[in-house]
Design a protein around this ligand. Structure first.
Ligand code: GLA
Length: 344
């Protein structure tokens, strides 16, 4: 048995991968054996699609239509095509991992910010260029895009280089452009972290999703779900899943992991039990029709390749696989949530 088969009746199961994984045969075998979706951890972010050398060397030529490069993304797209595996696109618009020069006159970060209209034109052509490239050369591979990532923070819209240069409506514009250029059947998502906090859930529903839904610009909500062992509460999380679900748009769990610094059997048993509770929430929501979950993606494949150890500055053991692609107890727990307790 494997994850993708066990969850086939319910939703896709994915993992985020890096170049390291892509160039490690055993990792990619694990990916194709267990998963039917993947996300590039980094290589489809604006800093990897924008060809800033070209933009800066001929700023007049590229002023409104940024030069792009696809060399980082192509190996993943080729892999997906060859192996019949789908991808989530991540992420068209974000305040991080986007070169500051994108927002500046002549694409030069030492120059003043360009005006709103210039940046919006660049954004439109960026989105057009990325979507057109993948849809023309790899049709059907990317089934969903995170159009905008993480625009809510500290009780309000996040103050970022985007709001500073374009204004608070930049995310609506991004969705308009994405809708304009996305092929039929490609779903557009808003993605964020800590989406089960009461205030944040309510803010996102009221100020981000509802206005986008009124304009038919958004198809789904992405709950990143970087979990801790004691946060969020299962009941808060379930409530959030059902609240987003009640909007009638799709729900993706986009970046699932569970920070845990103790690799002992006892602690990994607790990790397994907690993962199982989350998957029960997903399955219950899907089966009861309370949330149309169509994809659940783990953020990385193996403990050793998790971003968390670097981010938290302490070794983390947050995933279902480890070492030489060995399944941990958490793997069996997640499988058994879908198949029942006697899963091998
Ligand atoms: C956020 C982003 C991801 C990634 C993770 C860390 O959650 O959405 O793209 O950068 O942080 O890997």
């Amino acid at each position: 048995m494997n994850l993708k088969t066990a969850y086939e009746p319910y939703f896709k199961i994915g993992a985020a991968i890096s170049r390291w994984n892509l160039h490690t045969e055993a990792h990619m075998k694990l990916l194709t054996d267990q998963f039917n979706s993947f996300t590039c951890e980094n290589d489809m972010k604006p800093m990897f699609f924008l060809d800033m050398n070209k933009n800066m060397s001929e700023p007049q030529k590229y002023d409104l239509n940024p030069a792009l490069t696809f060399e980082n993304a192509i190996p993943y797209l080729e892999f997906a095509k060859e192996n019949g595996i789908s991808m989530r696109g991540h992420t068209l618009v974000w305040h991080n991992q986007t070169p500051k020069g994108f927002f500046c006159e002549n694409y030069n970060e030492n120059f003043p910010f360009a005006d709103r209209e210039t940046i919006l034109k660049r954004l439109e052509n960026y989105i057009k260029g990325v979507l057109t490239f993948v849809q023309t050369n790899y049709p059907g591979i990317i089934y969903a895009w995170d159009v905008v990532n993480e625009i809510v923070d500290e009780g309000d819209f996040r103050k970022s280089i985007w709001t500073q240069t374009v204004g608070n409506d930049f995310y609506v514009k991004a969705f308009e452009y994405a809708r304009k250029y996305a092929a039929d059947g490609v779903d557009l998502f808003y993605n964020d972290y800590e989406t089960a906090l009461d205030w944040k859930r309510d803010f996102i529903i009221k100020n981000v999703l509802t206005p986008l839904m009124e304009k038919k610009l958004v198809d789904g909500m992405g709950m990143q779900s970087h979990l801790l062992m004691d946060h969020p509460d299962l009941s808060d999380y379930k409530k959030a899943v059902e609240s987003y679900g009640a909007l009638g748009i799709k729900l993706h769990i986009t970046e699932l992991d569970m920070h845990n610094t103790d690799p002992s059997d006892k602690s990994m048993h607790e990790l397994a039990l907690r993962y199982k509770e989350f998957f029960k929430i997903y399955l219950d929501a899907k089966k009861s029709g309370k949330a149309n979950i169509t994809s659940v993606t783990f953020w990385n494949l193996l403990d050793e390749t998790s971003w968390l150890s670097g981010f938290r500055k302490e070794t983390s053991y947050p995933l279902l696989f480890k070492g030489k692609c060995e399944a941990k107890e958490a793997y069996y727990a997640v499988l058994s949530a879908a198949l029942g307790p006697d899963t091998p």
